[in-house]
Every structure is written in C-alpha cells, then in structure tokens.
Design a protein around this ligand. Structure first.
Ligand code: HEC
Ligand code: HEC
Length: 225
C-alpha cells in the first residue's frame, strides 16, 4: 500500500509540479502564513525512488530476496535503462516488454530517471541467490550454459552472456547469481513470445530447449559467482 501511494504521489507531482512552481508565488496573498503543508515537495532523488518505490520488491540496493523478482544489483546500466523504457507504454503503443506490475512502476519515470536508476543499480554489489538445487540438475545446467546442445542446435549461453555470467554490455545482460525462478520465467516468456523485446534473439535460443533443460540452466545460472 505504501509503495502504491508513493507512485501516485510521484505521478501527481510530475503532473502538477511545473504549474504550481509558476503560480504559487502570485496566487498566495502576500500576508498568508506559509505552513509546511503549503511548501512544494522537493523532487524525489534517485535514491529516494529506489528506497521508496522499488525497494518493496527489489530491495533498496537491488538485491531482491524474493525469487520471482529479479536481482538488479550489478546489472549493466544500459540493460536496466533499456528494460525500464521497454516496460513503458508510449502513446497508444503497448509496452515492448509486457509486465503490468513494472509498467505501473515506470509510468511516472522520465527518461533521465531511467538512466540514473540504471547507473544506481549497476554500481551496487551483487548478493547472489542463496537458493540451492541438486548436484545433478546443476551439472546438466552447466553443460548447456557452457557448451549448449549441438544435437538440438542450442547455442552456448556463455557465447553471449560470458563464461562467468557477467554478460557483455550494452546488449547482453549479466545473469550470474540471478534467482532461478525469475530466469526460468523469462525463458518461458521468451518462448511464448510474451517477452519480445529482444529482437527474437532469445526466442531462437529457447525455442529448441526442453522444459528440463530450461530448469537446469536456470538453476546453474543462480549458482554462478
Ligand atoms: C510490486 C513489485 C515491484 C516493484 C515495486 C518494482 N518492481 Fe521491478 N520487477 C518486478 C517484477 C515481478 C519483475 C519481473 C517482470 C517480468 O516478469 O518480466 C520486475 C522487473 C524489473 C526489471 C527488469 C530486470 C531484468 O533483469 O530484466 C527492472 C530493471 C526493474 N524491475 C526495475 C524496477 C525499478 C527501477 C522499480 C522502482 C521504480 C521497480 N522495479 C519496482 C516487481 C517490482
Ligand atoms: C546470440 C546471443 C545470445 C545467446 C546465445 C543467449 N542469449 Fe540470453 N539474451 C541475449 C540478449 C540480447 C538478451 C537481452 C534481451 C533484451 O534486451 O531484453 C538476453 C536476455 C536473456 C535473459 C533475460 C535476463 C533478465 O535479466 O531478464 C535470460 C534469462 C537469458 N538471456 C538466458 C539465456 C540462456 C539460459 C541462454 C543459453 C541457453 C542464453 N540466454 C543464450 C542474447 C543471447
């Protein structure tokens, strides 16, 4: 509830700020007492947005401990900014990346805010997922991650996301230590074209993967340090 209130406040502020800034001085009678309630709120800083709006799901430093919410800490700034822009609807166009939750979150953010949020999370230290999986699953996932599956034409994840999962900025996101549940959800969304903001690169990769391969590679990724 607190978080939603904050978003509404931010949205309301973005809409009324330019007008009130110009008119408050003329509109108020010269002898009107200035109470703190009348004072215009200062614009929220990026740290305030991260702590007040995003922290509820991603933690203030971007190290989400909820497995369905991605860890943002240490992710490349450009990738984060791109995702925030892709979540935002422009005009009548639906957002490029479909997530009603995140679309509501970015509605009040400016392009500049999204750039600064990218830089903010990129410089936080990653605390990797602590959820464990069986050795067998991790072994199977490691083989796919590093070598792909030649028989089925699955490319090695490492070729684009790096052998240690650190990604290659600006286009290839870091994956190391991400929650397995989040990663698996994204692989399924790419597969169903419900996440289609990747120019079909990931669709090509996942369309040939079995459910078990997706599960295994997601588990392995969460353990890369
Ligand atoms: C109510 C919970 C919630 C809040 C609050 C929230 N997020 Fe998210 N965020 C999510 C979920 C869930 C996803 C995964 C969406 C999906 O399924 O694609 C996500 C995804 C993201 C991603 C994509 C990460 C990636 O690896 O692709 C970014 C970036 C992000 N959020 C940033 C933010 C920022 C910045 C804020 C604050 C302005 C915020 N989020 C607030 C729940 C939330
Ligand atoms: C040819 C290059 C390429 C290969 C190979 C590749 N990826 Fe990707 N992957 C991408 C690109 C590009 C994106 C970013 C899409 C975007 O901008 O939203 C991405 C995004 C992702 C994401 C979303 C990350 C997030 O934080 O939401 C996951 C998960 C992922 N890849 C997993 C994998 C796995 C697992 C494999 C191996 C089976 C793999 N990728 C192989 C290029 C590749």
């Amino acid at each position: 509830m607190k978080m939603i209130k904050m978003m509404i406040m931010l949205a309301a502020f973005a809409m009324v700020a330019p007008i009130s800034a110009e008119t408050t001085e003329d509109a108020a009678p010269a002898d009107a007492p200035v109470t703190p309630a009348d004072a215009p709120a200062a614009p929220a800083t990026i740290e305030e947005i991260a702590a007040g709006v995003c922290a509820g799901c991603h933690n203030a430093d971007g190290n989400s401990v909820i497995p369905m919410n991605p860890i943002l800490a240490g992710q490349h700034a450009e990738y984060i900014t791109k995702q925030l822009m892709d979540f935002k609807a422009t005009g009548d166009e639906p957002p490029k990346r479909n997530s009603p939750v995140m679309s509501a979150m970015v509605a009040a953010l400016s392009q500049e805010d999204m750039k600064e949020l990218g830089a903010y999370y990129a410089k936080q230290k990653t605390i990797p997922s602590q959820i464990t999986a069986s050795e067998r699953l991790l072994e199977a996932g490691k083989i796919i991650y590093l070598g792909g599956n030649i028989e089925n034409g699955i490319p090695a994840c490492a070729s684009c996301h790096g052998p240690n999962g650190s990604g290659i900025p600006p286009h290839y996101p870091a994956l190391a230590g991400q929650h397995a549940e989040y990663t698996l959800t994204q692989l399924d969304l790419f597969n169903k074209s419900e996440r289609a903001n990747d120019n079909e690169v990931m669709l090509q990769v996942v369309s040939r993967m079995s459910a078990n391969e997706k599960r295994a590679v997601s588990a392995y990724i969460s353990t890369i340090r």
